[in-house]
Every structure is written in C-alpha cells, then in structure tokens.
Design a binder for this molecule. Structure first.
Ligand SMILES: *Cc1c(COP(=O)(O)O)cnc(C)c1O
Length: 947
C-alpha cells in the first residue's frame, strides 16, 4: 500500500480504527453505513470522472509549473487593484499561519479576543481614515460594498419621511466599471432605478434618495465633492462615497465632506492582488444608521469581572434574525484580509501611511511632469496616484507589453497609469522610456521624485488619524511579531483542537493546499491583466470549474461569488433571468422551508422575490404536503424552492426527489443550498436529486480556511437551462451568452484562494473525495453513537443514522438551570470550541466532526461532552454558582490567592486528564453581550471619547 497518498493526510481515522468505530455504531462496513444513511434512489452508480489523484509533492510541482504560465508584468492598471508590499512579518505570522487562518468567525468571544482586537483595529483604521463614526468588520469587495451602501440608503430613506416613494439613485460616471455592473445587478430586483451621469450637472431638485461618487475617480481625477454633498444633503439626498483608502491619508476625508456612507477596498494595504481577490472591503457610516448596517461589527464590552472584553456587537440585528426582512445577506466576509490590512496600518502607523501616500503621489507627479516633457499630456486637473494621458494606445500597448508593463487603455488615445507603493524610480524611468519610444522622442531619466503637489489645498487632509497607541507602538519587527503572537495565543483555532461547528465544515486546510498562495506568479496578477498573461490562472480556474461540474453533476460553474450567500443570490438571479427569458416576468415566489439558514430568505429578498415559508414536520423533515399545497397555490407565479440537502438537521430526507418534482411540475426551479455538500461528494449530487442550481461553500466542503470569518468562495453550479445566465464582468469576458451583470467586482471572484480547492480535489481525486465523505459520515455517526446515551439526538434518518452532522438537544437541562450557552462556554475549559449553538433549532448544539478528525480527537471531545453531562446533572436551578455558570475559567481566576468557588481549581480547569497535556486558557471571563450593545463602541478609542 502506498503511504504518500494525500487522502491519508487529509482523513483522520486510520484503517485500524475502523472496526472499533463500526462496532460502536453497530454496522459491519462502510457499505452498510452508507446504505443506512443515504436513500438508495439517489446514490451515484459510478465514480466521479476526475483525473487520478496527485501526491502533495506532485501537486506542488504541478502548480509551480502551471504558475509559470502566469506572466507577472508591472501593473499600472489601477481600477481598484494595486501592487502592494505585504510586510514580511505579516505574511509569515498571519497569512501563512494556521493559528490565524484556520480560526472560525468569532461567535465564541472568550476564545477569540485576538482576532476581535485585530478587527477592532481594522474598524478604527477605517473610521479614522474615512472620517466616519462607525465601521463594520469588512465586506466582500468594493463593488458589493457600494451595492450595500445603496441598499442601506434605500432602506433608511423613509426615516425623514420625505423620500419613502423615491427610488432613484444617482451613480457618478466616475465610478469603477465593475462597481457599476454590481450596482446594476443589485438595484433592479429591489426596485431602485440607477441614473448614471456627471455629478457636476446633477439636478438636485429631482427625485433621488441617494447618490454614489468615486474618490478619486476611476481614471484618477480628484474632485472636491464638498459642495455636491452639502447640496445633496440639503435636498435629502444621501451620498455614499467609494474612496481609495490610501489616498485618504492625504486627501480630506469623505466624512469631513458630509458623506453618509464611505466604502472601498483595503487591498492596497498589504493584500496581494491575487487575480482579483480575496481582499477586505470596508463599510463606514454614521451612528444613526448602525442598525441598518450590513455585515458584522466588533464592539467593546465587559466580562464577568467587569474587565474590557470584545465581541460581535448587535448580534440580534444579524441577518439570520432579519430573514425575509433583510436588506443584506452578508454572513462570511473577509476577516483574515481585514486582519492583515489592519496590521498593515498598525505596522506603518499614521506616519508610515502618510509617507507611503506621499511617495505614491510624488511618483505620479514626477511621471506626469516627465511625460509632459515628452509631449504626452496629462488631463486630470488634480490627481492622487493615477494620471490620465493622451497618447496612441495601440502603439504604447505594443511597446509596453514588450517591456512587461501593463497600463489601462481607456480608449484609442487615452491611457490611465496608476502608481503604487512598489513603484520605484527605475520603474518610472521604464515608463518614461516606453512613452519616449512610442512618441519617437529621446528618453531621459529622472533621478529624484518631484516635490510638487497636484492636490488642491482645499483637499489636503488636515485632520489627524490613527493616534491611538496601537498604531504607534508596533513599528519594529520584534514588536509587531510579538503583538501578533500575543493576539494569536488568545484564539482557539484548528491547530489546537477540533472545531466541530455543524453546517460550517471545519476540516483540514492542508499546508500543501495553502503554499501556492505565497508564490509570486499566483498572487501578483491584476484581475484585468490581459488574459494571455494569466494562462496559468485560466487553466486552473477552468479545471476547477470542470471538477465542480463533475462533483455536482451539473453543466456549468461560475466562481464569481465571494461567499455562500453571494452564491445564493447569484443562483436566484440566474433563475430570475431564466424565467424572464421565457417571458415569465411574473414568476417571483420563492418557497423556503422554515428550517433554512437565514441567508436563504435574505438572498431571496434581495433578488426581489416574495418569500413563502413552508412547514417543517415534527421529525425535522420538510412537510411535503404543505410544500405541495403552497406550490400549487402559487403555481402561476412560482419561481423557485430553496432547499438545503442533506437538511440543516443533518438528515438525507428520502422525499427529496418528490419535492424537486413538485416544484418542477408547478413551473419553478430548485435551488439547493450546498453548505452540506460534505455529506454528498462522490456518493450523490444535486443534479441527481433534481436540483437546477446549487452553491458550494469552497470554504466549507473544499478546504478553504475560514480565516476567522472569511475569505469565502461560493461558486454556483447550474444545469444546462441556467448556463446562459451565469454572470459577466464589464472588463474581462466571462459568463453565459445571456449573462446577468456582475455579482462580484472581479471576473473570477477570489481567484487566489480557488487554488486551495483546486489542490484539494486534485490531490484527493475521485476515490479520496468519496472516502472523505464516507469518513465524514463515519465520524458523525461514531460521535452520535457515543453521545446519544447522554444527550438526546434530535432527528436521524429513517434507519437511525445521521448524515455528516447531528443535533444534540439541550433544552431539558433548563430544569437544572443550564442553558446551551453554558455548555458552549464550559467546553472552553476542556480545550474545545463549541459546536454550532442554536442553529437550526434554538437550545441545541449541532456537531459536525468532518473526516479530518482522528479517533483520539473524537474521543476526547466525546469524553468532554460526557463529563459536562455529569456536571449538568449535579447543577441545580436555584444555585447558579457552579462550574458551568462560571465557565469559562481564566488563568487569573485559578491563580487568585483566595478561591471561593464551591468546586476545586482542578475541577474548574483540569476536569479531565488529557487537558494537562494541552491546556487552552480563555483570556477573558464570560463576555456580557447586552452591556456591549447598550454601550456600543466599535473602535479602539477610549470609551470616554464617545461620551
Ligand atoms: C454557511 C452557510 C450559508 C452561508 O454561507 P456564507 O459563505 O457564510 O455566506 C448558507 N447556508 C448554510 C446552510 C450554511 O451553513
């Protein structure tokens, strides 16, 4: 037997463990287990048609070779993406560090204080640079952040009760083309009418609820928007500004000009271009709009000792609560990238950022002057980093490409050139030489940067920013390295223990899958570079699309959506376009079972659909008769059903084919939420159950790490009917021949991290993928077998099996005064992250071990749960001073001179033996959520500053 197969590294249980596990479950073999788990009529008859698996070594060689087909040219393309210097200390200690990238979204605040602090830094950085009052913890990209701004302004337009019937939104023609495309997609279904035009000739007296401006404009023009915004505000028109974050170190902030929302990307703060993503977008607004703000917000609160502690704020306004009333569906965002961008600001500090911005500006001025001398005229009246010049585009392009340089060619005689942090004097001289050659003039060299300024005095930033000590104390590498480590140590990630979050599939993110992300010919390509320069990427992305087609049984895939929720939205918009192409414009009813994930109704609402919630039966399954009745009732207007399979309850419902048929018979299409795909791969697939489209969470099933709450990739895979409607991009040709407009800013979304899933599938191959699914189901059923004597397991399949996850019912423990949260917090003392709490059923825990966890780890977790069960039995409702209610226990508690609790220190911190080997100390006591929401503080500034 070969021992170098990747499957052996990816999958936890050893061959020799299987008998014991089968015996515990009560089956003879995998065949029997799978037979008892997945309905026979939907089982695949053949293996997936995929290339033979590569070993890790073979894959790394392959990806290095393929990488050589990407040509890294000097990029001056701009348009929201810039070469940047990733500080090596950040690359090594965060980007390449599983302590950071394998963490989950910080729902369990006590074991997430590190990344919570890092995100608070990010929010503070955004608030101060934009001049706004409040910022969120990141969004997916600048295009969608702009769309979220539009949606927010549309949502709050009736607050002043003057604009509630007004649907027009003005978009400056200076907006980035990809942002415009996303705005087009997002405006139509919610009833917003976009009007694109010149802000200087805008008619303020007409009926608009809002406007968006680009600062600086798409080809670099810097406009003073103060008068526009003031006039708009007088006319009850709220203004959003999409702003370049680096320019704000030098330019008057949009907040100071009166903007209501400021959005943009933080890519150029040390995040590789990665052929389009992932990067953290930012979103900042005013306090008064905080309850309409999309995405997550990190806030300051206190712990049980009254000490400062961070947590996600305003949890009750989260999308899963808003459901069909939601105006945004953001769940996964871009936390890892926000952490990196925030650290970039911590490392450089206000002086460093100002220095970089000044240097970039001086380089642009120097270049403009030099080109001017060649007779190549610069047309922006004011600029920060991007100049727009008049020259023969075709001629320049030919010469530039020979020198491995990319500019952006606006039209036949206009070229836009964006300077960035990496641009050196010799780079400037190369650009000068290119234009000299194109114009037949003699080249000359500049030897120093100009000290001239091309920013009007009125726009020179005078306000200070980033004065807080965190941005002024970590400027040496030792300081930053230790700061990063200090934060990392507060967080529990997959490099400490299993994270059994149901529905989230926290599996191994293998090092071999991650390594290529650091390779320059993969991470330094601009998304709008000519595709001949991205042959490696195109090959990899096409292969990945093909692999996902095979896995889902579908005909086409788009990788554009940057999260599962974006995938849902993309899929519903494709369904909408399909109906419209057949003249069925009225089909707008979307059926959604009540157990659905909150993003499902939120996405349907954003797609302009009317949501009908269908019933779930006592046993957790979809109530087929209710579904049939609703489908028939709405058959004239039925658009789609959204269904999660296996269900959010972790069960393969045997009625699934009947369900999909009911929908088709009544004129609708079936959208399958693929978050639970880890239970299907290689054994069944969405096409077989009768779905028309599904999204996949590559950051769940296909090994992209969660990064503490992002990045994500949520491709949609579709059958032939929907292929023509896959989304486009205004600059790079992608999508179907009747493509909808863009879902994300970049043509291939977060292309860089697609490498991870490509590596995952390529190294596992058909057999390894199937084995992974079988082991995921094995692990879940093994845990179920061990735990069901101690905790009631809600819902199983018809033969008593779970799929890849199971729900433990903790509601009865209320009689002992114990809530499900107490169990979640107590698990921290045992060194574990809690499973999913209260989804899809309140008062429960949903456990998903994944295939990557080995038997010993599963046993430790089960031992912890069983031990906690004994503690629950010993607890009583009238005495809340117990080991569960006081959990988690910090080292500070344990080492106080007097110990006053009615249990021993050992019971508190070392309740089981294995913990002595590998103790994890929560850094704060239980965090008070309500206090934080009542006293909302979302930046590093001391609380007094906000009083
Ligand atoms: C995770 C999840 C989603 C949303 O995915 P994101 O990538 O977080 O947007 C949707 N549905 C289900 C069932 C999920 O588990």
């Amino acid at each position: 037997m070969r021992t170098d197969a990747f499957a052996l590294r990816h999958i936890g249980p050893r061959e020799s463990d299987l008998n014991h596990m089968f015996k515990t479950i009560g089956v003879e073999s995998f065949d029997q287990l799978i037979y008892e788990t997945i309905p026979d009529d939907i089982r695949l008859k053949n293996d997936l048609q995929l290339a033979p698996a590569m070993t890790e070594y073979e894959y790394l060689t392959h990806i290095q070779e393929l990488g050589k087909k990407n040509k890294v040219f000097k990029s001056y393309i701009g348009l929201g993406y810039h070469p940047t210097i990733v500080p090596a200390v950040i690359q090594r200690n965060i980007f390449e560090n599983p302590g950071w990238y394998t963490a989950y979204t910080p729902y369990q605040a006590e074991i997430a204080q590190g990344r919570l602090e890092a995100i608070l830094n990010f929010q503070t950085m955004v608030i101060e640079l934009t001049g706004m009052e409040i910022a969120n913890a990141s969004l997916l990209d600048e295009g969608t952040a702009a769309a979220e701004a539009m949606a927010l302004l549309f949502d709050v337009r009736s607050r002043e009760q003057k604009k509630d019937n007004v649907c027009k939104f003005f978009v400056s023609e200076e907006i980035l083309p990809q942002t415009l495309s996303v705005l087009q997609t997002r405006s139509t279904p919610i009833g917003v009418e976009l009007v694109v035009g010149n802000h200087e000739t805008f008619d303020f007296s007409s009926d608009f609820f809002g406007a968006i401006l680009q600062y600086p404009g798409k080809y670099g023009q810097v406009n003073d928007y103060a008068a526009f915004i003031a006039k708009a505000n007088e006319n009850e028109i709220k203004v959003a500004v999409a702003a370049d974050i680096l320019s704000l170190a030098k330019l008057t902030s949009p907040g100071e000009m009166g903007a209501a929302v400021v959005v943009g990307t933080t890519q150029r703060f040390g995040i590789p271009m990665g052929y389009g993503g992932p990067h953290a977008a930012y979103f900042a607004t005013k306090e008064e709009y905080k309850r309409s703000m999309p995405g997550r917000i990190i806030g300051v609160s206190i712990d049980a000792n009254g000490r400062r502690a961070l947590r996600m704020a305003l949890g009750t306004r989260e999308q899963h609560i808003k459901r069909e009333k939601a105006t945004s569906n953001i769940c996964t965002a871009q936390v890892l990238l926000a952490v990196m961008a925030g650290m970039y600001a911590v490392y450089h500090g206000p002086k460093g950022l100002k220095y970089i911005a000044n240097k970039v500006h001086a380089s642009a001025v120097t270049l403009a002057d030099a080109l001017n001398k060649l007779g190549v005229y610069q047309t922006n009246t004011a600029f920060f980093d991007t100049i727009s010049v008049k020259a023969d585009s075709a001629k320049v392009k030919a010469i530039a490409e020979k020198h491995e340089v990319n500019f952006f060619y606006v039209d036949n005689d206009t070229i836009s050139i964006s300077i960035n942090e990496t641009t050196s004097l010799s780079d400037l001289n190369q650009v000068i030489a290119i234009f000299a050659e194109a114009t037949g003039k003699e080249a000359f060299k500049v030897s120093e940067l100009s000290s001239n300024n091309n920013i009007p005095t009125s726009l020179e930033r005078t306000s200070t920013f980033l004065q807080h000590e965190v941005f002024n104390n970590h400027h040496s590498e030792s300081q930053l390295m230790r700061y990063i480590k200090k934060l990392e140590r507060k967080d529990l990630s997959l490099n400490h223990s299993m994270i059994s979050l149901g529905s989230c599939t926290m599996k191994l993110n293998a090092a071999a899958e991650m390594l290529p992300l650091s390779m320059a010919n993969w991470n330094s390509i601009h998304p709008f570079a000519p595709i001949e320069q991205a042959e490696g990427y195109i090959t990899m992305l096409k292969k990945l699309e093909q692999q996902l087609n095979v896995v889902t049984g579908f005909a086409g895939t788009t990788l554009q959506p940057n999260s599962g929720a974006q995938g849902e939205y993309a899929g519903l918009m494709a369904i909408r376009a399909y109906h419209q192409s057949r003249g069925d414009n009225h089909r707008n009813v979307c059926l959604i079972p009540s157990s659905a994930h909150g993003t499902n109704p939120a996405s349907a609402a954003m797609a302009g659909m009317k949501i009908i919630v269908t019933k779930t039966m006592e046993n957790g399954n979809i109530d087929v008769e209710d579904l049939r009745a609703r489908a028939i009732e709405h058959k004239d207007n039925l658009s789609a059903l959204m269904v999660t399979y296996p269900s959010t309850h972790g069960v393969f419902e045997s009625a699934i084919c009947e369900i999909t048929k009911i929908i088709h018979d009544n004129g609708g299409l079936v959208y399958m939420d693929g978050a639970n795909m880890n239970a299907q791969v290689g054994l069944t697939n969405p096409a077989t159950i009768g779905a028309d489209v599904c999204h996949l969470n590559l950051h769940k099933t296909f090994a992209i790490p969660h990064g503490g709450g992002g990045p994500g990739v949520g491709p949609i895979c579709v059958n032939e009917k929907l292929v023509p409607f896959l989304p486009s991009n205004p600059i790079v040709k992608v999508g179907g021949d009747q493509a909808i407009t863009a879902i994300s800013a970049a043509p291939y979304g977060s292309a860089l991290v697609c490498l991870i899933s490509y590596g995952y599938i390529t190294m596992l191959g058909a057999e390894g993928l199937k084995k992974s699914t079988e082991h995921a189901i094995l692990n879940a059923n093994y845990m179920k077998a061990r735990l069901e004597a101690h905790y009631p397991v809600l819902y199983s399949g018809e033969m008593g099996r779970a799929a890849h996850e199971m729900i433990l019912d903790c509601r009865a423990f209320k009689q002992n005064g114990i809530e499900v949260t107490d169990i979640a917090k107590r698990l921290m003392d045992y060194g574990f992250h809690a499973p999913t709490v209260s989804f899809p059923v309140a008062g429960t825990l949903m456990i998903e071990p994944t295939e990557s966890e080995d038997l010993a780890e599963l046993d430790r977790f089960c031992d912890a749960m069983i031990s906690i069960r004994k503690e629950i039995d010993a607890a009583s409702a009238d005495d809340t001073n117990n080991v569960l209610k006081n959990a988690p226990h910090t080292l500070a508690m344990l080492t106080t001179d007097t110990w006053t609790y009615p249990y021993t220190r050992e019971q508190a911190a070392y309740p089981l033996d294995y913990i002595h080997e590998n103790k994890f100390w929560p850094s704060v006591r239980r965090v008070d959520d309500a206090y934080g929401d009542r006293n909302l503080v979302c930046s590093c500034a001391p609380i007094e500053a906000y009083m």
